[in-house]
Design a protein around this ligand. Structure first.
Ligand code: HEM
Length: 343
């Protein structure tokens, strides 16, 4: 594994080691070096400038796992169409294409999310010992299946398995192949249903993105919610949950040209990681509260934010009302990868 990933992982798991009087740190001695940006002013500027594009996560995994080009076809098509790693006009076009699907899902939610969540907890109420990770994973899998089933007007149980988790700093070819296979089966299913109902089969990529992009940070936030002390739960809502759990740890960017921000020079091709947990800039205001940007900022800001907040609020409220389950939970330990994880 590259040394910069090791150092990145070490620093985001131990942010107290970062020097609060600075805003960034080199992650390696490469030319140009990889950088971690954690200062508020520089971090916000880096996320807003069009001179950075999002790091190509798919290429990162492909190189890491030594997957031949074309080998992970469903993932390749997904990342060609989703806004996640696209830049400029292609990126805006992808957002415009995905947006109506997200808006339709948001509108439909209020019809079912509360009763769905209540039924979910009732169904798990008899279990003696509960692993919070399994509970939250089961919920996220079921809620995303329901989102897709509602949109396609089919029964939840008709859907294939959701693709699962992929946002790893370290992965293997086998894990990517399995993910790719599940994604392929799901997209194929969605496309067939769209064709039958006379809809555009390409929309499958927008529909499937509700499970590709969103489920892992949502899972992390819900495990965090399960670990909150019972008596505090009434003081938490989804916004606070996201800003304190910071489910996504870093946002990767790559310079598209040589440029300068805040007196700092970036070279074309240089990669930076910006933490979503931006440490205040001491030279600006020592007492300002720490800013977190759990859903990002700038042109890549999360389009699934509203969906996530609706789901997390329903989960928090129903969980707070299911007190008899609280003492049955095992404890977990959190650590940071690209996404907050629990073990
Ligand atoms: C707790 C839940 C979630 C968190 C914390 C979260 C966070 C984020 C963040 C920080 C970004 C910006 C990435 C960047 O700047 O490079 C992002 C992008 C994105 N998110 Fe989310 N997300 C969540 C859930 C979702 C859900 C449920 C969906 C889909 C329904 C979704 C779809 C997307 C997409 C498509 C992008 C790429 C946007 C672009 O590049 O323009 N996310 N998310």
């Amino acid at each position: 594994m590259s040394s910069y990933i090791l150092k990145l992982r070490e620093l985001i798991n131990n942010p107290e080691r970062l020097d609060n009087s600075l805003e960034w740190v080199f992650l390696d001695n490469a030319e140009p070096p990889n950088i971690l940006i954690y200062g508020e002013r520089l971090g916000l500027e880096a996320l807003k400038t069009p001179n950075f594009k999002a790091v190509d996560l798919f290429k990162y995994w492909r190189v890491l796992a030594q997957a031949p080009e074309g080998h992970l076809e469903a993932m390749e098509i997904y990342f060609d169409r989703a806004p996640t790693i696209l830049h400029g006009e292609q990126h805006f076009a992808a957002r415009r294409f995905f947006s109506p699907t997200y808006r339709r899902i948001e509108k439909d939610f209020h019809n079912w999310i509360d009763s769905f969540t209540e039924d979910f907890f009732n169904a798990h109420n008899q279990i003696d010992k509960i692993n919070p990770l399994c509970l939250a994973r089961d919920y996220v899998q079921k809620v995303t299946s329901r989102i897709i089933a509602q949109d396609l007007n089919v029964e939840d149980h008709e859907l294939p398995y959701m693709p699962g988790e992929v946002l790893q700093m370290i992965t293997t070819l086998k894990a990517l192949e399995e993910y790719n296979q599940r994604l392929n089966v799901l997209v194929d299913f969605i496309q067939r249903k769209l064709k039958i109902s006379g809809r555009n089969p390409d929309e499958a990529w927008a529909i499937v993105s509700t499970t590709v992009m969103g489920t892992e940070p949502l899972l992390a936030a819900l495990v965090f919610a399960l670990m909150l002390p019972t008596n505090d739960l009434v003081t938490w809502d989804s916004e606070r949950l996201m800003s304190e759990s910071k489910p996504i740890s870093v946002l990767g960017r790559e310079a598209v040209c040589d440029f300068e921000i805040s007196n700092m020079l970036f070279k074309k091709g240089q990669k930076v990681q910006v933490t979503t947990d931006l440490i205040r800039n001491p030279s600006v205001n020592l007492k300002s509260p720490q800013q977190t940007i759990p859903f990002g900022i700038g042109v890549h800001i999360c389009p699934g934010k509203k969906i996530s907040l609706i789901v997390a609020d329903a989960f928090l409220i129903k969980w707070a009302n299911t007190k008899e389950m609280h003492s049955k939970l095992n404890r977990v330990e959190f650590f940071r990868d690209f996404v907050l994880r629990a073990k």
